[in-house]
Design a protein around this ligand. Structure first.
Ligand SMILES: NC(=O)c1ccc[n+]([C@@H]2O[C@H](COP(=O)([O-])OP(=O)(O)OC[C@H]3O[C@@H](n4cnc5c(N)ncnc54)[C@H](OP(=O)(O)O)[C@@H]3O)[C@@H](O)[C@H]2O)c1
Length: 355
């Protein structure tokens, strides 16, 4: 086969592996979603796999397990295979045992437990390694999270034309498209956080209400310093909900610990440190956090530079309520060029819509 034709196949199989990785991208818990294609040396596809829901078994295992060990193979993966014993044996061992002679890999796994050791092991076992160079951004959130041991943070706020996050008397002031987008963000993130004023005023359900995806709703976190709840909250949120508080009221603690997972944070310095909150969310095995407001909570994380990505969903109407905090936050992020930034999703046909 000519070199040109071979290069074409290699690019094609690497892209196919990436398409497979996309399928489970947001549902593999703390593991990255990996795609894997196995071929013979005549470029016939033998098998394929993707990281299973909840992260295990891994893609390489899923693809190789169906195959005859004797046939020599090429393998195309979107991320370096793991090389450490976790809940499953390392994929590198399986690759060697299944007679793979060539591995095409798109990216080194930045997880310190792997970080090049997988490729090194494979080279030592006489497997030829080739770089694929397909989409280097695919794992950028994962890379941030494993490197910093913090979740990758997305903040979403609905704002009026004059940058207020509150319109008196209205819970929603954008439209059906923006609400659907909010639910998509809930699916794409494994955790969600709100401040106590939003909790007490809005009672947001915080789950993903897109048909077929509701089982992938994010884990809920509240910042609620004094454990202020009422009966409605106790019925609305699951037992797995985590509440960050600093209450010393033992009566409240013993009452609410029956309903939620309470985590005490010292607040000698005023607000809880955003880094401390993020570290704790990471310990709960959450890697992508959505902060859904209100603006005071988002602002604390933004000022400390812990928000990786913003979505401001702007309505076309002004609010009578002034919100200098949000105005300043948007200005500091976007300067006077708000219109040029892709953080803005401008919605035509703006109607109030409840789901
Ligand atoms: N437009 C939107 O997208 C949107 C989204 C959500 C909510 N809202 C609206 O916004 C309003 C509420 O937002 P808000 O900005 O006033 O308040 P908020 O962000 O919901 O809650 C702020 C409160 O949470 C606590 N908190 C937040 N970060 C903390 C930290 N790092 N350490 C300790 N405590 C922390 C503080 O409670 P303490 O009082 O105990 O200090 C703070 O006063 C509501 O009217 C709601 O309807 C709009």
């Amino acid at each position: 086969m000519s070199q040109k034709k071979n290069n074409f196949y290699q690019k094609y199989f690497s892209e196919l592996a990436l398409s497979l990785a996309r399928i489970n991208k947001f549902i593999t818990k703390e593991n990255p979603s990996v795609g894997c294609v196995v071929t013979d040396f005549n470029n016939n596809i033998l098998s394929s796999g993707v990281t299973s829901k909840n992260g295990r078994p891994h893609a390489e295992n899923n693809a190789l397990i169906k195959l005859n060990k004797k046939i020599t193979k090429k393998i195309f993966v979107t991320l370096e295979p793991c090389n450490h014993y976790g809940k499953t044996p390392p994929c590198t061992k399986k690759i060697v045992n299944f007679n793979v002679k060539q591995l095409h890999c798109n990216q080194i796994d930045k997880n310190p437990a792997v970080n090049g050791s997988g490729l090194k092991f494979l080279k030592e076992n006489k497997i030829k390694i080739k770089e694929s160079n397909i989409n280097k951004n695919f794992y950028s959130n994962y890379n941030y999270s494993v490197k910093n041991k913090l979740p990758y943070v997305t903040a979403k706020l609905a704002i009026t034309k004059n940058f207020s996050t509150v319109v008196s008397g209205k819970k929603y002031f954008t439209n059906s498209k923006s609400l659907k987008f909010a639910h998509l963000l809930r699916y794409m993130n494994d955790s969600i956080l709100i401040g106590q004023k939003t909790l007490l005023k809005d009672y947001p359900k915080l789950n993903c209400r897109i048909e077929g995806l509701s089982q992938h709703s994010p884990k809920i976190f509240f910042i609620n310093r004094n454990l202020n709840f009422n009966k409605k909250h106790l019925l609305l949120y699951p037992r797995s909900t985590v509440v960050f508080h600093s209450s010393k009221d033992s009566k409240k603690i013993s009452k609410y610990k029956k309903y939620f997972f309470l985590e005490k944070i010292e607040d000698n310095t005023g607000n809880f440190s955003p880094e401390e909150i993020l570290k704790r969310i990471y310990k709960h095995k959450c890697r992508r956090l959505l902060i859904e407001g209100g603006s005071e909570t988002v602002n604390i994380f933004a000022k400390n530079k812990y928000v990786n990505k913003f979505f401001f969903i702007q309505s076309e109407h002004n609010s009578k309520t002034k919100d200098p905090q949000t105005v300043n936050m948007v200005r500091s992020l976007c300067g006077n060029n708000f219109n040029r930034y892709n953080v803005k999703i401008n919605l035509n046909n703006n109607k109030l819509f409840k789901i």
